[in-house]
Design a protein around this ligand. Sequence first.
Ligand code: ZN
Length: 151
Amino acid sequence: MSIHSDELYQQVILEHNKRPRNFLQLDPCTHQAEGYNPLCGDHLNVYLRVSDQGMIEELSFLGDGCAISKASASMMTAALKGKTVEEAGQLFQEFRHLLTKELDPEKDPHSLGKLTVFSGIWKYPSRVKCAVLAWRTMKGALDQEKTIATE
Ligand code: ZN
């Protein structure tokens, strides 16, 4: 990570941690799941309202955790609103590959947008679980799993 992207990363994480987007319980919702990251103690719930056409009309989260888990959840809710369930699955795949360095945002095609701020986190393997928690929980909710724990 260059000095510039490192600074940007810090800024974005701090900002989303301070003012998380869509930080509420969605009621009514069509999908919901609870996610734990025992390694760090992150614990959050993800709520989605999916239309009959498979579009994510609303999504939100609530919970407690470290700045990375919270910022990642906040950015996820902003990124997935208005996307189809299929697109959300694809974006989750890209985000996971970004975190594990299987996707290079400079070279590989992707639609991650602002989420590329998390590139470089692969250097801190324990943090990868924090960053991926909200996404795994979101996917679990869509797949009708009620509780997700990062292994
Ligand atoms: Zn964490």
